[in-house]
Design a protein around this ligand. Structure first.
Ligand SMILES: Nc1ncnc2c1ncn2[C@@H]1O[C@H](COP(=O)(O)OP(=O)(O)OP(=O)(O)O)[C@@H](O)[C@H]1O
Ligand SMILES: [Mg+2]
Length: 252
């Protein structure tokens, strides 16, 4: 089982779109795939047409009183399951704080699933918190959708500082450009600059495209209704690149 966190300190950068679209492609590729919707807003659950609700509430599950398995739901797609969000996740930091080894709780909860799933995607809420630290410590790869603006560079620096400062070493950082508008000078500048500062930036760009926005109307991954569109193809390319990166580093 390999765990892929999709994370950015910033909101609205395309985290959920990435988790949902890549998980769909992963399942299509033959991997038994799970998406854990960790955001109390429940957007990933919404895209998969699954009620954002955990039986007995999130606290019980995080405390280990109820198996993760009991709450996993099948999606409309083969090999693709979802662990839904719950409104109680808004207090996830408090719940995690009550546990022993609070920063490694999610990893501990996920371990028993290692024989059932090949790939797990964690769709994270924005902000930097105990929830995010859990994600950093659980994930083998950390996908960071980044809109190519100056502010995003600062945000990515903060993430790198946090990981270094907290000695999070087991995770491979994979930032990539998201919502790219090639008509914007600033986007082009940042696309040129960032990889020279951070060579780990992936090569694939996800364009700004209304096809992605329409996921909310279709309540489905992009691959279901617009696989051949420019954005659909970009997500396929991103998945190929992530897969290759993971294969190239045997640890992953
Ligand atoms: N490449 C794209 N082109 C155009 N719109 C996009 C693109 N990616 C995402 N969006 C839209 O932007 C909004 C935010 O995207 P998304 O929910 O994936 O971001 P997020 O980082 O998960 O946000 P949050 O921080 O609130 O969880 C959504 O309405 C989504 O449809
Ligand atoms: Mg989101």
């Amino acid at each position: 089982m390999r765990i892929i966190g999709v994370y950015n300190i910033k909101g609205g950068v395309g985290k959920t779109a990435t988790a949902v679209n890549l998980a769909y492609l992963s399942a299509l590729d033959g991997y038994r795939t799970l998406v854990w919707d960790l955001d109390p807003q429940g957007a990933a659950s919404y895209y998969f047409r699954i009620k954002p609700r955990i039986k007995g509430g999130g606290r019980k599950m995080i405390r280990g009183k109820r198996e993760l398995d009991d709450n996993i739901k099948g999606s409309d797609f083969d090999r693709l399951d979802l662990l839904p969000a719950d409104f109680s996740y808004r207090n996830m930091d408090l719940i995690l704080g009550e546990q022993r080894s609070p920063a490694k709780r999610l990893l501990k909860l996920l371990r028993p699933l290692s024989h059932e799933y090949d790939r797990v995607f964690l769709d994270c809420p924005p902000s930097i918190s105990l929830v995010s630290e859990n994600i950093f410590r659980a994930a083998d790869a950390l996908l960071v959708p980044t809109i190519p603006t100056t502010l995003s560079l600062r945000t990515y620096e903060q993430l790198v500082e946090f990981l270094d400062g907290h000695k999070v070493r087991g995770v491979r950082r994979m930032p990539f450009f998201s919502m790219v508008d090639r008509r914007k000078r600033m986007h082009l500048d940042m696309i040129e600059r960032l990889p020279s500062i951070y060579p780990e930036v992936l090569k694939t760009h996800i364009p700004y495209a209304s096809d992605v926005e329409r996921m909310g109307l279709h309540r489905a991954p992009l691959g279901k209704y617009a696989m051949g569109s420019p954005a659909g193809r970009a997500y396929q390319q991103l998945w190929e690149e992530v897969k290759q990166e993971m294969e190239a580093h045997s640890r992953l």
